[in-house]
Ligand binder design. Structure first.
Ligand code: B12
Ligand code: SF4
Ligand code: SF4
Length: 259
């Protein structure tokens, strides 16, 4: 089978899983300076297959439990698509394949502050021709704008890459910058990670550490009061789910791709 025919077979299978788009990039065209090299993860990697999933309109809701649930649905679906594709590549072509998650697990270290994934989904998507960076530092897809998430499957199977998009899809309206509640997008080309996290993950590790530090110094009555406080319940909830997002503004306010 020719490389083109192999690619068509893989594409057809992947689309059949119900993803919204799929793109292919040669591993050598992946350029994400802050991320680990692909070879350090998978020495024989030849191709990145990027799967794209449209974000549900749930992200428009002011009810953050509903907005978050839309994301959790997407994340769960993406796991099954990644796994099925990796197994298909093995079964059909005897290829090796490794899956890259939509968000987590991510290395929690002092050096990276939990903000550098093993493989950058945005840089993979750009290399696979699925979109281009916008002013919000998210990748805009020609059909879905930035209401799109990505996962990757790395494989040693050689498949022809897709051409990167030319030109920008962003119209510089600045809606994302102006409606970001934390000012995280004020500097062009850079997301202020700590500013974003404070608003988008208010019950994450920072709040968790502060809670338990205070706990360590509290007496019995104060500890009981701390556990009865709903701020603790929110930390508990976020930790038991794995994480939680409380802001979707830079996605939902971008006009690109919205009908
Ligand atoms: C850690 C992480 C975060 C951290 C840190 C983000 C960061 N700056 O890297 C925090 C918690 C802040 C975060 C926030 C959000 N995240 Co996040 N996050 C990730 C994760 C897990 C890793 C990112 C990573 O490795 N970064 C390190 C390196 C690669 O980033 P970098 O080199 O600093 O690149 C940045 C800039 O240099 C710039 N950049 C790089 N090249 C170029 C080129 C041009 C021309 C321009 C203009 C800019 C630019 O863009 C990057 C963004 O800051 C990815 C999933 C993944 N595996 O990639 C999701 C991911 C990036 N997150 C995503 C989303 C949607 C969000 C949020 C909207 C939260 C939410 N509610 O969902 C916000 C958006 C913040 C924003 N507007 O930038 C999506 C983005 C999808 C898309 N269409 O682009 C991803 C790709 C998840 C996925 N699998 O689809 N995230
Ligand atoms: S997720 Fe919210 S806080 Fe973070 S960059 Fe986007 S709009 Fe700003
Ligand atoms: S909201 Fe406007 S400036 Fe921001 S990414 Fe979308 S089109 Fe670009």
């Amino acid at each position: 089978m020719s490389a083109e025919a192999r690619k068509e077979t893989v594409k057809e299978f992947t689309e059949g899983l119900g993803v919204d788009d799929v793109g292919f990039a040669a591993a050598s065209s992946y350029d994400s300076p802050r991320s680990p090299s692909l070879e350090s993860i998978f020495p024989d990697v030849k191709t990145i297959i990027v799967l794209a999933y449209a974000e549900l309109p749930s992200c428009e809701s002011d009810n953050m439990m509903i907005a978050m649930n839309g994301r959790l649905d997407l994340m769960e679906f993406s796991r099954s698509c990644n796994y099925k594709l990796a197994r298909f590549l093995g079964r059909e072509f005897g290829a090796k394949a490794m899956t890259v998650p939509v968000s987590y697990p991510v290395l929690m270290s002092r050096e990276t502050l939990g903000a550098v994934a093993e493989v950058s989904a945005r840089h993979s998507a750009v290399a696979a021709g699925l979109g281009s960076f916008g002013r919000n530092n998210l990748v805009l897809h020609p059909r879905f704008g930035c209401r799109i998430l990505f996962t990757e499957v790395l494989t040693d199977l050689e498949l022809p890459g897709d051409a990167p998009l030319t030109g920008s899809l962003c119209n510089d309206c600045m809606e994302c910058v102006e409606t970001c509640p934390s000012g995280a997008l004020d500097t062009e080309g850079r997301t202020d990670v700590l500013a974003c996290v404070k608003v988008s993950q208010p019950y994450g590790i920072g709040r968790n550490i502060r809670f338990w530090s205070k706990w360590a110094e509290a007496d019995t009555a104060e500890r009981q009061a701390m556990l009865a406080d709903d701020r603790y319940w929110k930390i508990y909830h976020a930790a038991s789910i794995g994480f939680q997002y409380f802001c979707f503004n830079c996605i939902k306010n971008c006009p690109i791709g919205q009908q």
